[in-house]
Design a protein around this ligand. Structure first.
Ligand SMILES: *[C@@H]1O[C@H](CO)[C@@H](O)[C@H](O)[C@H]1NC(C)=O
Ligand SMILES: *[C@@H]1O[C@H](CO)[C@@H](O)[C@H](O)[C@H]1NC(C)=O
Length: 449
């Protein structure tokens, strides 16, 4: 978040008080605390950092590491633990499940707010027939073991890739893949309903990256993708993915289940052939995703819903195999310095380096490029006015209605968008139809913010 304004004091005050409000309001966001690294701080340092320095209020871990479970005792940060994929078949057995709960949950609960047990990770796409066949029986077995142990508020679920869907280009037409729908999902969704547990999904627009879709994927201004069945135009792939998941489970009669975003994120650094992995893109993706899941506005098909969400990931993890990107998904470096300002520090602080510091030498405004077409500028107006920016000033009777033409109206609202979305250069990109200027475009009664 950028909270400097040099020109208009009232605007600056409004922005600053909004930021303070946001940072003290309970908005719930989680992180995946992966540990494939040899340079991470101790779990108790991590617990202390998250509790005292950030507004992160939940973590998800990829095992049931006792050191982490102990470290998070009495922090009020909730913890989702994971059952190893390979443990699934054995835990179908009631005694084994009880033993697992006795070893991994009971010693820490309730001092550590264990909230959810994720049974394996992305099991349907491991291709392992035994794990797939045992998944739902294992979920039921662990749930029953919790009940026998008198633990009532720890839920059981399992995270899925969006590979569970087919036909997901039009979100409303998405369905659970044939084959999985009856055999796995019918009993799983029934179990989740009966136990009031959420469906967990790992939506990753990152893995669908293509340069032509970049703005759609990164929550930047774009024309959107139209769903002809619902007449909804999606301007964010992440939102379209959530609605695809919803459509698929709704078609099976389970539209009311809560959906947890168990993983999503963006790497801040990649190899030379991964140019999409930049600090700017990671910041744009994560900040906007967090805004969508916490705003309470929901999605077109799920209005008003919030989505419990775990950003991937808390730390850059230096021992992860694969490309450079794999080791750079973190919000923080091992020394707790933020890789970029994701808006998750307490008190609206934004310590650490910013990719493009806002100018200290003078204010900038966002205006249309000279060669931008009216058609493109109209699309910018439509986009910005659908994003909560105040467009009354360009309507008849408004202070910026005259001159009454597309370019002048676009100029006013593109600037409003830029000023209210953090004043990053990319907030004035508009598919390369916007440009920053240092001369104030205000005219007559029309005062640019
Ligand atoms: C713990 O967190 C919950 C939200 O998950 C909140 O409602 C509650 O007030 C917190 N309790 C304390 C003691 O901070
Ligand atoms: C689809 O939406 C557009 C814009 O919101 C509207 O003008 C149009 O009438 C709608 N069409 C149908 C078939 O509902």
């Amino acid at each position: 978040m950028t909270a400097t304004a040099t020109k208009s004091i009232p605007t600056a005050l409004v922005i600053i008080s909004t930021l303070l409000h946001l940072s003290t309001t309970a908005f719930a966001i989680g992180v995946n605390y992966g540990t494939l690294a040899n340079d991470l701080p101790s779990p108790s340092q991590v617990a202390n950092f998250l509790k005292t320095q950030t507004i992160i209020d939940s973590i998800k871990i990829f095992d049931a590491n006792p050191d982490i479970l102990r470290a998070f005792a009495n922090t009020n940060i909730t913890v989702t633990v994971t059952v190893g994929n390979g443990d699934i078949p054995a835990l179908v057995d009631a005694n084994a499940a009880s033993q697992w709960v006795a070893n991994n949950i009971k010693p820490y609960y309730p001092q550590t707010r264990i909230k959810l047990i994720a049974v394996g990770n992305e099991i349907l796409f491991t291709g392992n027939k035994e794990w797939i066949a045992r998944l739902v029986p294992c979920m039921k077995s662990l749930h029953q073991a919790l009940v026998r142990a008198g633990i009532k508020d720890v839920k059981v679920s399992t995270p899925h890739t969006l590979g569970i869907l087919h036909n997901s280009v039009q979100p409303s037409a998405a369905r659970i893949r044939p084959g999985y729908d009856r055999v796995i999902f019918a009993p799983m969704l029934q179990f989740l309903r009966q136990t009031r547990s959420p469906l967990m999904v790992n939506p990753y627009p990152y893995f669908s990256y293509s340069p032509s879709m970049e703005n759609y994927i990164l929550f930047k201004p774009n024309r959107g993708v139209h769903d002809k069945n619902t007449n909804i135009t999606y301007t964010s792939m992440f939102v379209a993915m959530l609605d695809a998941v919803y459509s698929a489970i709704k078609a099976m009669g389970y539209g009311e289940l809560d959906i947890v975003v168990a993983e999503s994120g963006w790497p801040s650094l990649g190899d030379p052939n991964q140019p999409m992995c930049t600090v700017e893109n990671a910041m744009s993706y994560n900040k906007n995703m967090i805004r969508v899941v916490t705003s309470g506005k929901g999605t077109p098909l799920m209005p008003g819903r919030r989505f419990e969400t775990y950003v991937f990931a808390l730390f850059n993890e230096n021992l992860k195999p694969g490309t450079t990107a794999e080791r750079n998904w973190g919000l923080f470096r091992p020394d707790f310095s933020p890789v970029y300002d994701a808006g998750l520090m307490r008190n609206g602080q934004s310590p650490g380096p910013r990719p493009r510091p806002s100018p200290t030498t003078g204010k900038k405004w966002c205006v249309p490029k000279a060669d931008a077409s009216d058609k493109a500028l109209q699309a910018n107006i439509d986009y910005v006015c659908s994003q909560g920016v105040d467009c009354k000033p360009i309507q008849a009777g408004g202070a910026c209605f005259n001159p009454n033409n597309v370019r002048s109206h676009a100029s006013y609202v593109m600037n409003s968008f830029y000023q209210s979305h953090g004043r990053h250069d990319f907030d004035c990109d508009f598919s390369q139809t916007g440009v920053l200027t240092t001369s104030d475009p205000s005219h007559g009664t029309c005062k640019y913010i």
